[in-house]
Write a protein that binds this ligand. Structure first.
Ligand SMILES: [Zn+2]
Ligand SMILES: [Zn+2]
Length: 70
């Protein structure tokens, strides 16, 4: 029962902010790293770009330059 319920709710577009879209690969996901400016990046792309945007416990939004906590 629970399995089918989850599948339904997962494929259906719900209202609210439960979905994110990665700005790099355009995938729609239940979670992305995000910034108040609207920038969103998925975990995969985040890891790929980590060397460029992260500096220890923080990462820097490539759109607005805000320092974000991980
Ligand atoms: Zn991505
Ligand atoms: Zn930003």
């Amino acid at each position: 029962m629970k399995d089918s319920d989850e599948k339904k709710s997962y494929s259906r577009r719900r209202r609210g902010r439960k979905e994110f879209q990665c700005h790099c690969c355009r995938k729609v996901l239940p979670f992305c790293w995000n910034c108040p400016c609207g920038f969103q990046i998925c975990d995969d792309c985040f890891k790929e770009n980590l060397w460029g945007i992260s500096n220890g416990p923080t990462w820097i939004c490539p759109d607005c330059g805000r320092v974000r906590m991980m």
